[in-house]
Design a protein around this ligand. Structure first.
Ligand code: OGA
Ligand code: MN
Length: 289
């Protein structure tokens, strides 16, 4: 069956039909999906039957290098015994819904800030693959913003101002923005890295703004001045016309390009309903050949 791409938004994002990811090994089909990622930056696959090992194995086939020291690993052991499989859920190790005052819940609430995954490591995160196992009856959509379109729409003077700037990213910063506190040992493990503010896709040459809630300051600038520019840019990049919102169904798998988009979780009644998703993120390791 040929692969079909159905656009979901005027700028980016498509639903992919005719693909069963658990059984997808054909190199030509995988290459077609990678090239669709360059174009759409977000791909939605409905009705998938991936279990945990299947999801990890697919991520390895698709993009090779898995991010296995995710931010939350500084806080709690991974429930699945595999640090590459991030638990994007509101339940504890016994499957009980986390109470309102649970520290892991507070940490995860920062997913509601606009961000991109793994900008706080080097090499940074490239593709995230999030699969929905249990979803609440209402709410909890995930929103995506097209950072290529956001770059294209900047006035020339602002583009020139951004060129060449470097930004410090740490996952501690996004959590501290919400008042979350780390112990000195945790903070030491989460120091973060510098990233360029503007990126160029190696395959397409398309440029994009590289922003996240993890971005704490512009290197070499006074901190308040850098933070103001970062806030202005996030405000610009998250204008309605740049946003696609995904409503989850069980069995969905969504792949997004962290170097070309930002995303955020949206609220739901998280003390009442379970929401269980799993994420694997790959790293942007350039091909050596
Ligand atoms: C993530 C994330 C958003 C959501 O898994 O990286 O930000 O809606 N998830 O769960
Ligand atoms: Mn995320």
């Amino acid at each position: 069956m040929p692969i079909e791409f159905v656009p979901l938004h005027p700028l980016f994002a498509a639903e992919v039909r005719g693909v069963d990811l658990a059984g997808l090994y054909d190199p030509a089909a995988l290459a077609e999906l990678r090239s669709a990622m360059h174009r759409f930056a977000v791909l939605v696959f409905r009705g998938q039957r991936l279990d945990d090992p299947g999801q990890v194995a697919f991520a390895e086939r698709f993009d090779g290098h898995l991010h296995s020291k995710t931010g939350i690993s500084a806080l709690a052991a991974n429930r699945f015994g595999n640090e590459a499989l991030t638990d994007v859920s509101n339940v504890d190790a016994d499957g009980q819904v986390l109470p309102p005052d649970d520290r892991r819940r507070h940490y995860s609430l920062a997913n509601r800030l606009w961000h991109t995954d793994a900008s706080f490591v080097e090499p940074p995160g490239r593709y995230s693959m999030l699969s929905a196992r249990i979803v609440p009856p209402v709410g909890a959509d995930t929103e995506f913003a097209d950072m290529r379109a956001a770059w294209d729409a900047l006035p020339d003077a602002m583009k020139q101002r951004c060129e060449g700037l470097r930004v410090h990213h740490s996952i501690a910063h996004s959590r501290q923005t919400l008042g979350f506190e780390f112990s000195p040992e945790e903070a030491e493990r989460l120091r973060g890295v510098e990233q360029p503010l503007v990126r160029t896709n190696r395959a397409t040459g398309r440029r994009s703004l590289y922003l996240a809630s993890h971005a704490s300051r512009i290197v070499g600038w006074p901190v308040p001045e850098g933070r103001l520019l970062l806030r202005d840019l996030v405000e610009h990049a998250t204008r309605r016309e740049f946003i696609f919102s995904h409503s989850w169904r069980e069995g969905d798998l969504v792949i997004w390009d962290n170097l070309a988009t930002m995303h955020r979780a949206t609220p739901f009644e998280d003390a009442r309903y379970r929401r269980e998703l799993r994420r694997v993120t790959t790293l942007d390791v350039p091909a050596t050949t």
